[in-house]
Design a protein around this ligand. Structure first.
Ligand SMILES: [Zn+2]
Length: 247
């Protein structure tokens, strides 16, 4: 049970102190295949726990739109559709972690992706006095992921997302809200979905091994309903804080 969100909303200063102590120096890293719902969960718990949700994709887009020094370097690379190099991403992460709102912890979603990134991130965290990160692996059986991803259709007008299995539109192929035509992203076609999942598995296996050896890896069953996954994440967080004697 996560006592924290309710308690924090009850009163002002005392709760804020408690909240600070509870969340002290904690880096969370969410790993998971496409369709595992880790982005959604990261947003939910970031709000509940009062920690910033950091996605390197969002950070890059922000840097580009603000025209920062890093953004100016990243822009042509992204426009060519190439991957932004590790050193640039890490520089951006470092700058982001220096902002005040990240001082007591944060949630990384989709970063790191490679062992070199993970090693560098470790050094960055240590240099800033952060403890060992809590790394959560979102585990979902492949057949469930295929069902989630290949059932996904997007409105070509408003961007609403439907799932023909779990959340179908009232009229097949038509958006409930604006009558827009529903289209399937090329990425979500069943034959492509399997390839995406296999590629993810290949790329991420070394990373989960890396964090398992560090003793930092936790797993959640991401095939459960959303509210149960959120609850499991709260338990992981509480356990981690208990281990540190930070409760
Ligand atoms: Zn629509």
């Amino acid at each position: 049970m996560d006592l924290f969100p309710a308690a924090a909303s009850v009163c002002g200063v005392g709760a804020a102190d408690w909240r600070l102590r509870m969340s002290l120096n904690r880096a969370f890293i969410f790993l998971g295949p496409p369709g595992a719902g880790k982005g959604t969960q990261a947003k939910r718990v970031a709000q509940q726990w009062g920690l910033p949700h950091l996605s390197t994709g969002d950070m890059l887009r922000e840097a580009v739109s603000q025209g920062s020094a890093l953004g100016k370097i990243a822009k042509p690379i992204m426009e060519r559709g190439e991957l932004v190099p590790d050193d640039l991403v890490l520089k951006m992460v470092e700058e982001r972690l220096d902002r005040k709102d990240a001082a007591n912890g944060f949630i990384f979603d989709g970063f790191p992706r490679t062992i070199p990134q993970a090693e560098e991130l470790d050094a960055i965290l240590e240099g800033r006095g952060f403890g060992k990160p809590v790394v959560v692996d979102f585990v979902v059986a492949p057949d469930i992921l295929v069902r989630r991803l290949s059932g996904r259709w997007t409105c070509s007008v408003g961007g609403e997302i439907y799932n023909v299995h779990d959340a179908p539109p009232k009229v097949p192929g038509v958006c409930d809200r604006d009558g827009g035509k529903l289209v399937q992203r090329p990425d979500d076609r069943p034959e492509v979905v399997m390839e995406r999942l296999e590629a993810y598995e290949r790329q991420t296996k070394p990373l989960t091994d890396f964090y398992r050896k560090l003793g930092a890896l936790e797993q959640v069953d991401a095939s459960l309903p959303m509210v149960d996954v959120t609850g499991a994440l709260a338990n992981i967080r509480q356990r981690a804080q208990g281990r540190d004697g930070r409760l």
